[in-house]
Design a protein around this ligand. Structure first.
Ligand code: CTP
Ligand code: MG
Length: 228
């Protein structure tokens, strides 16, 4: 069984709105609803766990479970960091789950093709993340703004979600990270911290995370199928 976890318990500070950005309207519906409907188009995923802010669990649960076009959905409370929210989600997945996908609620433009790429690789490797090759030159800079080096661009990928794992691997990685107080910036980094290999698979340049207001302009354009 494949279960997808959607961390949605952030504050959306960089969006600068007075509410969590996943409720922001995009085209005709909130970002969170876009994400869940898009993900529901992948037939390989059996059910969803949405991780919401504690005070929003009940209302989100009510709305999602009466909404057509969305897979069966459990809603649980998140934590103060994304990693803790994902862990809470992981503890709530049905026990028959053998593969877990973690997908940011704030990535509404996800396609079934990218989800399938991740699932295929998890089946053979145990851990895989969607990503796209970096298009800009990236420099490593020290505290004095001095460039220390320029990594070869061909070795650099921008990491997206979904990130997929065998459930036992992600659970073990989370438990080790908690013992060590290790906080990763994505789910794969805690799996890497355990010494496990993580594979990168092709994501989609359109699969952006809605972080700041300008991201909404791009997302509206994609949904409107206008050239950008
Ligand atoms: N998230 C979460 N629990 C947290 C922090 C983040 O579930 N404690 C979720 C967000 O809701 C989002 C995803 O993780 O769907 C990616 O995080 P990010 O884009 O950083 O969202 P926010 O943390 O909400 O935004 P910001 O960092 O600007 O406050
Ligand atoms: Mg954040």
């Amino acid at each position: 069984m494949i279960t997808a976890i959607f961390p949605a318990a952030g504050k959306g500070k960089r969006m600068g709105a007075s509410f969590n950005k996943i409720f922001a309207g995009l085209s005709d519906k909130p970002i969170l609803i876009h994400t869940l409907i898009s993900f529901s188009r992948c037939n390989l995923v059996d059910n969803f766990v949405v991780v919401a802010a504690k005070e929003e669990v009940e209302s989100i649960s009510r709305v999602l479970n009466s909404m057509p076009g969305i897979k069966p959905c459990k809603v649980v409370a998140g934590g103060s960091e994304r990693q803790y929210s994902v862990y809470n989600g992981l503890l709530a997945v049905p026990k028959e789950t053998d593969i877990v996908l973690v997908h940011d609620a704030a990535r509404p433009l996800i396609t079934a093709k990218v989800i399938e790429n991740v699932i295929d690789e998890v089946k053979s490797s145990g851990a895989a993340v969607a990503a796209v090759p970096v298009t800009s030159t990236i420099k490593v800079v020290d505290d004095n703004n001095v460039v220390t080096h320029t990594p070869k661009r061909e070795t650099l990928w921008t990491i997206q979600t979904p990130q997929g794992f065998r459930k036992d691997i992600l659970l073990e990685a989370n438990e080790k990270a908690r013992q060590e107080n290790f906080l990763g910036t994505d789910d794969a980094s805690i799996v890497e911290n355990m010494g496990y290999s993580v594979k990168v698979v092709m994501g989609d340049y359109k699969n952006i995370k809605i972080t700041s207001p300008e991201d909404l302009i791009f997302a509206e354009a994609v949904l409107g199928k206008k050239a950008v």
